[in-house]
Ligand binder design. Structure first.
Ligand code: FEO
Ligand code: CA
Ligand code: CA
Ligand code: CA
Length: 679
């Protein structure tokens, strides 16, 4: 990447008022074009999507619940071209499904089974990742190329390879891979990461719930498990008595379905039953988008948890490569991976991209963050022989780690053992390309996980959202924390931090202890999730970077559909100290004084509102910054096949029949004068 000169940045659009309309709303002077949608065919000869529940073959269609996305440039000749703003490969995660719209009259026996095989296969294949070629016919007139030879679907059934220190571990041995080296597919792919050598990292987030592993009742397999296995399975939440969508009920013989039943059988072993199947998931997976025949690699050195994203730190010649990763569950942690190898800039253009992943992502040190009350922090190494036993908790006995593979498969246990700071649900990470500071969205937390006496400086708020009676004590609207590495070194083991933004409803929030950032009707928000810095190339000699914030919120949807805001970032420590007083339901109080920034109309402004019942997630631009691609996930998620609660994206063009089903989709946002978005 080229070094840019930073001039004063200014947002150049008028804030979009909150609304609950069933369209994507953007500022005056901007336009929206719908791009790839759920079900769109991405192979020659595949029929257009009927969108009535009869469609099949999702292994050749765009998946559901589009999440993180990235535009990988292509030259006119069809080669990798990082500078291209007119042709490229849009790589998008497909996190989950709106199951009711995938079948003519909704699913059959979705909660307990038995499930018809054809229904379950469709649902499985609607998960994963898509690669679709996008092309500008001129003047930012974008469309996708159905028959591009680059197009690809990666699903929960796509063969993958384990890589890094846990490859071949006994914990990874399954019926599918008796030597623990092969992976079967990827699921619940949430946010992403983009390497300096132009690969896509996809992150497996809420995979645990897909497995059946009765933890109680007649079918419980607990008697077949060791205490160590039970400690790990319960820590990761592999406890369901059916598994999401009950896929394992579709067949006891076909492993595509059977694998989702992780119960150990009497007398079974790791390679004859499916007991280790959950260990196949929870990883960061590297994909080469330019080579549709390549086998994705599961990078075990980055640990196994509920991976949200994997944002790279700035690359510098001769310095370590860092990857910042949130574990999205209430009370989970922030992680950093630091490579053993030093960055060699020539590797950015290496022809064998996955070999660069082998070099930088298979050997290194995984750390977890501790945030101290005085604004400092530590990266605690998760290295065998340095991690103590995890103490006994509840019914779980103490856990002693066997080797580094054990630490990488059971990363949450190791992070518990070293005393990391539990956070208010770590979602995306983003790195400011100008100064290297790391931003992390903490989307929200509840009073049950973070009670009044559980607050700390990095997770300092405990209050009630007055709209919801007393039901929402905790941190219902979330915040964004940021950190700066000591010496601006990606390999640092200490950092400083502050809170960049406290999300709040501007209308009824206490300005001293809740709406601390001073939000107004033009920039109030709840539950920040997606987070992305505009490409440095956007600068075009001008300004930058802009920080984009996307929301995934239930607490604020009485006021507005989910939204995306643009922000001008500052630096850690540029906000004054704020003192927060928290009061619990019982009236007692805690107090914290921390560094926290104020937002202003100039520094934070609402840019986009999505349609009904969507989440805004996934964002990238063309390198010239003149087309912004945004993911609109699960519109109408609460509706039924007979009465869909959104008709988007059909509704973007005007009135639609009341039975038109909603579809997740990517939109291309452009400025009518052809300018750089947001400036
Ligand atoms: Fe898939 Fe944490 O959002
Ligand atoms: Ca997310
Ligand atoms: Ca979320
Ligand atoms: Ca979602």
């Amino acid at each position: 990447r080229t070094v840019i000169t930073v001039a004063p940045a200014a947002l150049g659009f008028t804030a979009v008022p909150k609304n609950k309309n069933d369209v994507v709303t953007v500022p005056d002077g901007y336009s929206v074009k719908v791009m790839t949608r759920l079900g769109d065919p991405i192979a020659a000869g595949v029929a257009a999507y009927a969108n009535d529940g009869t469609d099949t073959n999702f292994a050749q269609r765009i998946g559901d619940h589009g999440d993180a996305l990235h535009f990988f440039g292509l030259s006119a000749a069809g080669a990798r071209d990082d500078a291209s703003s007119t042709r490229g490969l849009l790589v998008q995660n497909h996190e989950n499904i709106n199951i009711q719209y995938l079948h003519p009259n909704g699913p059959t026996n979705a909660s307990t089974g038995p499930r018809p095989e054809a229904e379950a296969l469709k649902e499985i294949e609607a998960h994963g990742v898509s690669v679709a070629e996008y092309k500008d016919a001129g003047g930012r007139n974008w469309s996708y190329v159905q028959d591009s030879t680059f197009n690809r679907r990666i699903t929960p059934n796509t063969p993958m390879a384990f890589s890094g220190p846990a490859r071949g571990s006994a914990l990874l041995r399954t019926v599918f891979s008796t030597d623990g080296t092969q992976g079967r597919g990827t699921i619940n792919n949430c946010a992403n990461g983009i390497s300096g050598w132009a690969t896509n990292l996809t992150c497996e987030e809420n995979w645990a719930g897909y497995f059946r592993r009765d933890d109680s009742g007649a079918g419980a397999d607990n008697a077949q498990r060791t205490d160590r296995e039970l400690t790990a399975l319960r820590r990761y939440g592999v406890t369901s008595n059916t598994g999401s969508y009950a896929w394992s009920s579709a067949s006891t013989s076909n492993p595509v379905f059977r694998r989702w039943d992780a119960r150990a059988t009497v007398g079974g072993t790791a390679t004859t039953d499916y007991r280790n199947e959950p260990n196949q998931l929870g990883w960061v997976v590297e994909i080469d988008p330019y080579d549709p025949a390549s086998t994705p690699r599961k990078r075990t050195a980055l640990g196994r948890f509920g991976h949200e994203g994997a944002c790279f730190g700035r690359l510098a010649d001769g310095k370590k490569v860092a990857v910042y990763m949130g574990d999205d569950s209430r009370g989970e942690y922030l992680y950093k991976f630091v490579s053993s190898a030093n960055w060699a800039p020539a590797d950015a253009q290496a022809a064998n991209r996955l070999a660069m992943g082998d070099k930088y992502l298979d050997a290194g040190t995984l750390y977890v963050a501790r945030f101290n009350a005085n604004g400092s922090g530590q990266w605690l190494p998760l290295v065998f022989d340095q991690v103590p036993n995890r103490a006994a908790t509840g019914s779980a006995p103490a856990y002693a780690f066997a080797d580094q593979a054990d630490i990488l498969v059971n990363t949450r246990l190791a992070a518990d053992a070293v005393g990391a700071t539990p956070m208010d649900r770590p979602e995306w990470t983003a790195v400011n390309p100008v100064n290297g500071e790391v931003y992390l969205t903490l989307t929200n937390n509840s009073a049950s996980v973070r009670p009044l006496n559980g607050t700390d400086a990095a997770n300092p708020r405990h209050y009630n959202d007055p709209k919801n009676g007393t039901a929402s004590y905790g941190n219902p609207n979330g915040h964004i924390i940021r950190l700066r590495e000591a010496g601006d070194d990606t390999a640092a083991t200490t950092f400083t931090w502050d809170i960049y933004l406290f999300a709040a409803d501007s209308i009824d929030a206490d300005p001293t202890n809740v709406n601390i950032s001073g939000l107004t009707a033009d920039n109030d928000l709840s539950s920040p999730d997606g987070l992305w810095f505009s490409r440095t190339e956007n600068a075009a000699g001008k300004v930058h970077p802009v920080l984009w914030i996307q929301t995934d919120d239930g607490a604020f949807t009485d006021r507005t559909n989910n939204q995306m805001l643009a922000a001008i970032p500052g630096t850690v420590g540029d906000g004054g100290p704020v003192t927060i007083t928290n009061v619990g339901q019982n009236g007692s109080a805690t107090q914290a004084t921390i560094a926290g920034a104020k937002a202003t109309a100039a520094s934070l402004r609402r840019f986009l509102i999505g349609p009904v019942q969507c989440e805004i997630t996934g964002i990238d631009s063309t390198p010239d910054g003149r087309t912004l691609f945004v993911g609109i996930q699960h519109p109408g998620e609460e509706g039924t096949p007979a009465a869909p609660s959104s008709h988007w994206p059909a509704s973007q063009a005007g009135a639609t029949p009341a039975t038109t089903r909603p579809r997740s989709a990517v939109v291309a946002v452009t400025k009518n004068d052809g300018g750089i978005i947001a400036l």
